[in-house]
Ligand binder design. Structure first.
Ligand SMILES: [Zn+2]
Length: 450
C-alpha cells in the first residue's frame, strides 16, 4: 500500500487560496511492485572483470562487499563506484566474526573509494552478526546470509528486515539457488525485497571468492527478466534500497496548490551519523494538468503525467518541490518543439525536448507518447552538449556523456521500456527486439535503431 496523505486545506497569506492535494510516496522507487538487490562478497577480481560489465550492460547496479586486508583491486572497484555500483564492507580480515572491525573497515574503504552515499552497507563474513550497536553506528544496513539460517525470513517485506543489522540474502551458486527470475517474481507478487548473495562466478578468476560459484549466464538470465519487467521490479544496491525504505517510513509529504502551481514539502527527521538519508523518493500528486514542470531548488526534476497524476522523484529535506502547470495547452506540435540545446535551461514553462532526427518526418509524431508527457530536466548545457546515443556492435543502445542525467528509453509505441540515470562516461542502457527506439537523455531525444 502506498502511503497516502491527505492534507487539510490551509489559507494562504494574501489573497489566493491554497488547496490541499493528495500526495503519495511510492512503496518502491518508480511505483514498482517489488525490489531486488544483487550482493557480491569477497572482492573477487571477477567482480571487476566480469560482474560489473554484465550489470552495466543491463543498466543495473550491484553491491560489492570487499575485504580490506585481501587487497582488492581498489582502482577497479573505485571505477565501479563512479559508475553507480555500491562498494561496501565485508570486514578487514574475514575472521570468524568481524566484531571490532565495524568502524575501521568502513574507514579504510572510505579512504580508497569515493561514492555518493558513502560506505553504508556491511556484509558479515561467515554470516555471523558482530557487535550490533557498532553496526548501527556505522551502517544503514548489515547483512547476514539466508534469513532462514538465522530465524529470519528469506524474503524481506516492504518495510525491510525487522532488524536492520540482520538483513537476509539468499546464497546463489553451486550450494545455493540460481533461480534469480523466480525469486524476483516472488518479490513482485508479494510486494517484498529479495536480496541475492553471490561469491565468484563459474570458470572465472575469483581470487579468494571460491565458495559456491555461480554461472554468469544464470545472473544474466535474471537481469534480462528484470529488464523486461522493469516497470514491476526495482533492481538497486542494498544500501540504496535500505535508505529508500527508512526514508519512506519516516517521510512526511504535504502538498498544497495555488492556481496551477502545486507545492510539495517532503521532509523526514531521521538523524544519525551514518547518512543524510537523501536518496530520492518517488512521489505522485493528483493533477488535472496536461503538462507540468517540476522543480526542487535549482534543479528541474524529470516528471511524467499519467492517469491523472504527476510522477517525479524528490529528495527529502532538500527544499520545496514546485509543480507548475502550463495552463493545460494542447499537445505540443512539432513546430513548437525547441530545436537547439539552448532549450536545456530550465524555465517555469513546460519545455518539450527536441527530437533529433535527420528526417523531417517523425514516426512518433509530436513528443507526447500516449497519454503521458515528459518534461525537461535541468542540466548543465555544456555537459548535455556532449551526450551521444548510439548502437554498439553487439546491439546495445549505449549512451555516453550522460552523467547525472535521467535516461528514458521508449519503444515505437511510445511506451517507456527503461528508465535509468547516467552514471558513468559510457553505459549500455538497453538491448531488445529489432526496431526503432527513442532515447531521452536529459531533455534531448535521440532515435536509435537496433
Ligand atoms: Zn566472505
Amino acid at each position: 500500500m502506498d502511503k497516502k496523505l491527505v492534507l487539510a486545506a490551509v489559507l494562504a497569506m494574501g489573497a489566493s487560496m491554497i488547496y490541499a492535494q493528495d500526495v503519495e510516496i511510492a512503496t518502491w522507487s518508480g511505483f514498482r511492485k517489488g525490489a531486488a538487490s544483487f550482493t557480491f562478497d569477497d572482492g573477487a577480481p571477477s567482480h571487476v572483470s566480469d560482474g560489473a560489465p554484465l550489470f552495466d550492460k543491463y543498466g543495473y547496479k550491484g553491491t560489492f562487499n570487499v575485504v580490506v586486508n585481501w587487497n582488492p583491486d581498489w582502482s577497479g572497484f573505485g571505477n565501479m563506484a563512479k559508475n553507480g555500483h555500491e562498494i561496501a564492507s565485508h570486514s578487514n580480515t574475514h575472521g570468524q566474526n568481524m566484531s571490532g572491525e565495524e568502524a575501521s573497515s568502513k574507514q579504510s574503504i572510505a579512504g580508497k573509494i569515493q561514492q555518493k552515499y558513502g560506505i553504508i552497507t556491511v556484509a558479515y563474513p561467515n554470516c555471523n552478526v558482530p557487535n550490533k550497536s557498532a553496526v548501527q553506528q556505522n551502517y544503514v544496513i548489515g547483512r547476514i546470509c539466508n534469513g532462514s539460517w538465522q530465524s529470519q525470513p528469506d524474503m524481506m517485506g516492504k518495510d525491510g528486515p525487522s532488524d536492520w543489522t540482520m538483513a537476509s540474502a539468499i546464497m546463489t551458486g553451486s550450494t545455493g539457488t540460481n533461480d534469480f527470475k523466480g525469486n524476483m517474481q516472488k518479490a513482485v507478487q508479494q510486494g517484498g525485497w529479495i536480496a541475492f548473495l553471490t561469491h565468484g562466478f563459474e570458470n572465472k578468476n575469483n581470487g579468494s571468492a571460491t565458495y559456491s560459484p555461480t554461472p554468469l549466464s544464470a545472473i544474466e538470465d535474471g537481469l534480462k527478466w528484470a529488464q523486461q519487467n522493469d516497470k514491476d521490479i526495482w533492481v538497486a544496491p542494498m544500501g540504496h534500497v535500505a535508505m529508500y525504505i527508512k526514508e519512506r517510513k519516516a517521510a512526511k509529504a504535504e502538498a498544497s496548490s495555488s492556481g496551477s502551481t502545486i507545492t510539495v514539502k517532503l521532509t523526514h527527521n531521521i538523524k544519525d551519523n551514518v547518512s543524510d538519508y537523501d536518496y530520492p523518493l518517488s512521489l505522485r500528486v493528483k493533477t488535472d494538468l496536461s503538462k507540468a514542470t517540476v522543480t526542487q531548488g535549482s534543479a528541474t526534476l524529470e516528471s511524467k503525467i499519467d492517469g491523472g497524476y504527476v510522477y517525479f522523484d524528490g529528495v527529502p529535506n532538500a527544499g520545496d518541490i514546485v509543480i507548475s502547470g502550463d495552463g493545460g495547452s494542447t499537445p505540443t506540435s512539432s513546430s513548437s518543439e525547441a530545436a537547439s540545446s539552448s532549450s536545456v535551461v530550465a524555465s517555469s514553462s513546460s519545455v518539450v525536448g527536441p527530437v533529433q532526427s535527420s528526417s523531417s518526418t517523425n514516426p512518433w509524431g509530436p513528443w507526447n507518447p500516449q497519454s503521458s508527457s515528459t518534461t525537461a530536466l535541468s542540466a548543465d548545457p555544456a555537459s548535455l552538449a556532449a551526450v551521444a546515443v548510439y548502437r554498439t556492435a553487439d546491439n546495445y543502445i549505449e549512451v555516453s556523456g550522460a552523467q547525472g542525467l535521467p535516461i528514458t528509453v521508449y519503444n515505437n509505441m511510445g511506451q517507456v521500456i527503461r528508465t535509468t540515470r547516467g552514471l558513468g562516461l559510457v553505459q549500455k542502457v538497453y538491448t531488445g527486439a529489432k526496431g526503432m527506439y527513442l532515447v531521452r537523455v536529459g531533455n534531448k531525444t535521440f532515435k536509435v535503431s537496433l
